[in-house]
Ligand binder design. Structure first.
Ligand code: APR
Length: 227
C-alpha cells in the first residue's frame, strides 16, 4: 500500500469555524498569544490561561469536521495514511482518520504540571484552578506552548521520510520544528500544498501548489488519488 503523509495546520479547521492564528493581526481570539500560550503566561496567570483554553475547548466541542477532514478519512480505503497535525482539535479523529499525531497537543486533554507523562482525557469543557493530578499538582492544558519542546516531532520525522505522497494543508509553515517537516519528504515523493494564500520564501519549491480552500482543494485531490 502506498503511504500518504498529511501535514495540517489551522486552515484545515477554518471551515469548521475555528480561527487560524496569523489571519487576524497577530491576535488569537482577541489575545496576544504570548499572554495565553507560553509557560510565562501560565506562571503569571494560570486562571486566565485555563479560561482561554476552556473557551477553545467549548468551540471545538461545538465544531464539526468539514468536507476536507471527511475526504482525508476516505483516503484510508486505498492508502496507508498518517496525519501529522499542528491543530489541537480532534476533528481529524471525529472524521474517521485513525493515525493522527498532534504536534502541539490536544485541547480535550489535561496533564500534570509536575509529571508530563500523566495525561488525562477530559470529559467536559471546563478545567478549573484546584483540579489536580494524582500527585496533587494543578492540571494544565495538554498543549505545547511557545518556548516548549515538541516531543512528537521525533515520531513524525521518520513517518515523513517514508512517504510516497505528501500533502500539506492550511498552514503558513511559520512555526518550527513543525514547518521543517517538509524538508524530510523524500525527493521522489509526490508533493502537494493546499492553501488559498500564496506562500513565499518557504522550502516547498517542488510542491504542486493548489491555491484553494481546504473544503474545495482537499476533496478534489482525494478523488483524484483514489481513482
Ligand atoms: N483552507 C485552507 N487553508 C486556509 C483556509 C482554508 N479555508 N483559511 C485559511 N487558510 C490558511 C491561511 O492562508 C494560512 O496559510 O491557513 C494558514 C493558517 O496559518 P496559521 O494561522 O499560521 O496557522 P498554523 O500554520 O497552523 O500555525 C502553526 O502556530 O500559533 C501556533 O501552535 C499554533 O499550531 C499553531 C502554529
Amino acid at each position: 500500500m502506498k503511504r500518504i503523509v498529511i501535514l495540517t495546520g489551522a486552515g484545515m479547521s477554518a471551515e469548521s469555524g475555528l480561527k487560524t492564528f496569523r489571519d487576524s493581526d497577530g491576535l488569537w481570539e482577541n489575545h496576544n498569544v504570548y499572554d495565553v500560550a507560553t509557560p510565562d503566561a501560565w506562571h503569571r496567570d494560570p486562571a486566565l490561561v485555563l479560561n482561554f483554553y476552556n473557551d477553545r475547548r467549548k468551540q471545538v466541542l461545538e465544531a464539526k469536521p468539514n468536507k476536507a477532514h471527511l475526504a482525508l478519512a476516505k483516503l484510508e480505503e486505498k492508502y496507508d495514511v498518517n496525519i501529522i497535525t499542528q491543530n489541537i482539535d480532534d476533528l481529524h479523529e471525529r472524521a474517521g482518520s485513525t493515525h493522527v499525531i498532534h504536534l502541539h497537543g490536544e485541547v480535550n486533554k489535561a496533564r500534570s504540571s509536575v509529571d508530563p507523562t500523566l495525561v488525562y482525557e477530559l470529559d467536559n469543557w471546563e478545567m478549573k484552578m484546584g483540579d489536580t493530578c494524582e500527585k496533587g499538582s494543578q492540571l494544565r492544558p495538554h498543549i505545547v506552548w511557545f518556548g516548549e519542546a515538541v516531543p512528537m516531532i521525533e515520531k513524525a520525522i521518520p513517518i515523513v521520510e517514508m512517504a510516497d505522497v505528501v500533502i500539506v494543508i492550511g498552514t503558513s509553515l511559520s512555526v518550527y520544528p513543525a514547518a521543517g517537516l517538509v524538508n524530510y519528504a523524500p525527493p521522489f515523493a509526490e508533493k502537494y500544498y493546499i492553501d488559498p494564500k500564496e506562500l513565499e520564501g518557504k522550502n516547498i519549491y517542488d510542491f504542486k501548489i493548489i491555491k484553494e480552500k481546504a473544503g474545495v482543494g482537499v476533496p478534489d485531490l482525494v478523488e483524484q488519488l483514489i481513482k
